[in-house]
Ligand binder design. Structure first.
Ligand code: 0L1
Ligand code: MG
Length: 255
């Protein structure tokens, strides 16, 4: 029988020590159900170390992202307080294996959400919206994985930055987005790349977490998914994402 705890320990240790590991499925065939169980077990290790759950992220919600990693299924992962970095602050490059940054839209919930909900119900549960950058860092060698591998690895979640919050009725449906590195545009896109509208990602998030007996909690943050391909990071650079109507979010990569 597959020892899911051992596999959870392996991905957790890889994240903790920033040392890449071979894909879990290269030695152990895994179902996606087993992969989500591994994700839950690896996150339990973080909670035991004192981290607190603050939200969830949707992943692979745009075509650009699916093409970039060769996985054509949406995924979700758990966010903790330790993953949230101060907007405008620094990111320690050596704490990651091969980090990438992607521009996102973040929702702050004022009501819990779970199961099948309409876009209107989802919007009614939103307290505020903000521009965000997610830092993803696959724990697998060469950033290569299958659907099950990436799910087990908490969908590559590693850190995130959230910019200023705006009222929930701010239209986030088709906002121009530019990611700059040292002032040079490197990724350009629209929030419409996120399932046609980021709110659809929130609707999907409520449905997906319910499949695993969870809900999106009031007070939690939901990252809707990358609107462009993710940008590999280099030490010593400054990264900024400008989202039309929502403003900018930025950080520098410490050497
Ligand atoms: O947030 C994302 O869209 C990423 C999900 C996992 C795949 C990746 O590491 O790019
Ligand atoms: Mg993302």
């Amino acid at each position: 029988m597959t020892d899911l705890r051992k596999l959870a320990e392996a991905v957790d240790e890889a994240a903790r020590t920033a040392v890449a590991i071979p894909q879990l499925t290269s030695s152990t065939p895994l179902t996606v159900e087993e992969a989500y169980a591994i994700q839950a077990l690896s996150m339990a290790r973080r909670y035991e170390r004192g981290e607190r759950r603050v939200g969830m992220k949707m992943g692979l919600t745009s075509r650009a992202k699916m093409l970039q990693v060769g996985v054509a299924e949406m995924v979700w992962g758990r966010l903790t307080d330790a993953m949230q970095c101060e907007e405008g602050g620094g990111l320690s490059f050596k704490s990651y294996i091969h980090p990438r940054a992607e521009p996102e839209v973040a929702f702050l919930l004022r009501r819990s959400l779970a199961g099948k909900v309409t876009a209107v119900e989802a919007l009614a549960a939103v307290e505020a919206v903000a521009p965000a950058i997610e830092i993803i860092d696959s724990r697998y060698e060469n950033f290569k994985f299958t659907w099950a591998d990436v799910v087990a690895d908490n969908s590559s979640s590693s850190s995130f930055f959230v910019g200023g919050w705006h009222p929930a009725d701010t239209d986030v449906g088709n906002l121009g987005i530019v990611v700059e590195v040292d002032g040079r545009p490197v990724q350009v896109g629209s929030s419409a790349a996120i399932l046609g509208h980021p709110l659809r990602s929130l609707v999907t998030a409520a449905r997906l977490v319910a499949l695993w007996g969870e809900r999106l909690e009031a007070g939690s943050i939901v990252l809707a998914g990358g609107a462009t391909a993710a940008q590999p990071l280099a030490a010593g650079t400054h990264v900024r994402a400008q989202v039309q109507s929502l403003g900018a979010v930025s950080f520098h990569v410490e050497v």
